[in-house]
Design a protein around this ligand. Structure first.
Ligand code: NAP
Length: 311
């Protein structure tokens, strides 16, 4: 039987650890850690993500505010908002919800966030800190995966880790964090030759592709640990029949869609030794790590501790 790596459980542990940290900051600095979320326009998925981020912040006693400029705002207007947030002492973390509208220069915006308030860890300076193994905020999704692997005592040192996907948000930082854990890391992408054979070398296989259930049994070495980062919605019944156990189809018919990862759920459960389900695996960790990055930024900015930020 393959072990389920329960992201909700690890999220709850991280949140439980965060509460006393918040209390220590309030006792020391006379204020709560502060998080500002910039949400441009009315993308429904982004609105849902932002709501769950601010709700988690509230739950932990972190001050949060959401700035909602209209979709028509230009790059200069958004830069002015970022500059004002950079200047506010009670704001420890600034998060710009992606994706931004196409007419906005996203790179310019991410570069404008003060690196010490960059709780997403996307600023090039923080990417450099990660790459050279120096303390700093780490991108939340891959940092959450490291927490999960550690807490389930999955050995990383010396393991062959294969990461599929090379995005700045997930794939590349994931590879770097696994490297810092002394794994032997291979990064794959859309031009990788013979992907199934490369993936079958993995003791730890991380799929961050964005293609529903693309990774089937032929990609998974029996006994491997599989981390499924993907989050896609399946809306075609034929696709649903390929992907899901027949017992899930009534649910699909009722809702008209189901959430799926990059890994075929049945194959993953059958072939791996441990895996993250979708939903309930990687997803819950990202927001928990965002809170942790905000707290560490507040600890550092209020002089309580310097940012340990090693993961
Ligand atoms: P992305 O920026 O679109 O990157 C996808 C990566 O997958 C690219 O590097 C791409 O290769 C590679 N790829 C695409 N098709 C491939 C193929 N057929 N074979 C091999 N590699 C292929 O996506 P992302 O932002 O990293 O996100 C990936 C997935 O994770 C999405 O489903 C997203 O929703 C999910 N996600 C989940 C969380 C969470 O909290 N659970 C957080 C972030 C993202 P090229 O570089 O060659 O194009």
């Amino acid at each position: 039987m393959s072990q389920i790596l329960d992201g909700n459980r690890v999220r709850d542990q991280i949140k439980a650890e965060a509460r006393p940290q918040v209390e220590r900051i309030i006792a020391h600095a006379g204020r709560a850690p502060g998080l500002a979320v910039v949400l441009v326009g009315h993308d429904p998925a982004s609105e849902i993500y932002v709501r769950s981020k601010t709700k988690t912040a509230d739950d932990l006693g972190i001050y949060s505010e959401t700035i909602t400029p209209p979709a028509a705002i230009d790059t200069a207007g958004l830069l002015a908002i970022i500059a004002s947030l950079n200047a506010r002492p009670e704001i420890d973390g600034i998060l710009v919800q992606l994706p931004l509208p196409a007419h906005i220069d996203s790179q310019k915006i991410l570069l404008a966030v003060a690196p010490e308030k960059d709780v997403d860890g996307f600023h090039p300076l923080n990417v450099g800190l990660l790459s050279t193994g120096r303390p700093g905020p780490r991108p939340c999704t891959p940092a959450g995966i490291i927490q999960l692997l550690r807490r389930y005592e999955i050995p990383m040192a010396g393991a062959n880790a294969v990461v599929i996907g090379r995005s700045d948000i997930v794939g590349k930082p994931m590879a770097m964090l696994l490297l810092h854990e002394n794994a032997t890391v291979t990064v794959c992408h859309s031009r990788t030759r013979n992907l199934p054979a490369v993936c079958r070398e993995a003791d730890i296989l991380v799929a961050a592709i964005g293609r529903p259930a693309m990774i089937t049994a032929e990609y998974i070495r029996p006994g491997a640990v599989v981390i499924d980062v993907g989050q896609s919605r399946v809306t075609s019944r034929t696709e649903a029949e390929r992907i899901f156990d027949p017992s899930r189809l009534p649910d699909f018919d009722l809702k008209g869609s189901l959430l799926v990862g990059d890994v075929h759920p049945g194959d993953m459960a059958r072939v791996s030794s441990a895996y993250t389900p979708v939903p309930g695996g990687v997803g819950p960790l990202t927001i928990a790590m965002l809170m942790r990055n905000t707290i560490e930024s507040a600890e550092s900015r209020t002089g309580l501790y310097s940012n340990s930020g090693l993961c």
